[in-house]
Design a protein around this ligand. Sequence first.
Ligand code: LLP
Length: 416
Amino acid sequence: MDPLQYRQDELYIEDVPLSAVAARFDTPAYVYSASSISAAFRDFDEAFRSHDHLICYSVKANSNLGVLGLLADLGSGFDIVSGGELQRVIQAGGNPEHVVFSGVGKQAWEIQAALNAGIACFNVESLSELQLIDRIAGKLDTIAPVSIRVNPDVDPGTHPYIATGLKENKFGVPAAEAIPLYMRLAEFSNLKVIGIDCHIGSQIMELQPFITALDFVLALVDDLEQRGVVLDHIDLGGGLGVRYNDEEPIEIGTYADAILQTLGHRKHKLVFEPGRYIVANAGVLLTSVITLKSNEETRFAVVDAAMNDLIRPALYQSWQNVAAVKLRHEDSITWQIVGPVCETGDFLARNRALALREGDLVAISSAGAYGFVMSSNYNTRVRAAEIMVSGHEMQCVRERENLDDLLRLEHRFCLP
Ligand code: LLP
């Protein structure tokens, strides 16, 4: 569901004009649609209604407490990658028993916090991690539920920085080591093996890599079963791509049908870790044009958001739509949409035909996933506010930082 639409030349998110958001909360601001997030979650959930499943929303995509709370209320579980994300989930009212813990470098304090919270499963990436979790669980006199994350060596056909299931990537256990590792699990008295996990990448547009990965996982599941290791669940990670421009993403129903068909008669519970699918197209980055300037060849629209607010264009050369918040009936000109940060890599969009004047508002679309969460304070810029809209209502779910927030943890150095 696209929450954006023009009404009389004014861009709205749900029933709120974006100009009203800027008037109340200033810019730059991330603005999210609650209905759009809920609709995406429900579509995913509905697609798998015929099979036992748990959706563990991938917190890293957008970890705002307002977003997590909304998803917790819808019954979502959560995929976390740090102790910080666990704390967010708990604070947002999420159920720890529906949390899976992914990541290639879990630290002792994070494992301990997750065991104390009683999470559903650790997605384990190596023998030494198994040893560490077993040791900590032993000290806490508890049993840790674990899955092994396997690396199927599948090319997901996405940007190399976000492909994770190739054998040269740091993630997962190689094919040849998976069975021996499972067979060693009996040695650990404080571990209980409950599942298998794989996540092959993000922004995946083709069905085939998902199916190839699932076939790989199922071969292991069947092999383990013959050896007497019966698993409860299969975690297929996240990765479903969304439309940023003119891509044709996989329909959720098509994805579900293909997964269920490949699963066949097997009764294992399915776990999914979608992030982008749930939030990407639910959010925009709202920004104002500070200055319009040109040289002989190029026209720049310098806006008040920058690469520190939204790094995807600079980091992955990603394309996100830029829309004027109030349409002007004037000729469009081709602009480079750039921020105030002192780097040539600081661009948000290239070659966009827009009718713009200084002071205008523009909205950068599809910014709900991997937007605010990847922002930084580079150039000592405060991070943007985050606003959630529902119907005619808007609520601030994260205040804009101020300079005192930024400097609070720093100290002058005094020569001893
Ligand atoms: N599960 C695991 C273990 C993951 O590593 C990820 C994403 C997900 C689930 C969620 O994937 P999704 O459904 O969102 O594709 N910053 C990049 C994307 C990084 C993805 C990292 N892992 C971007 O802006 O494109």
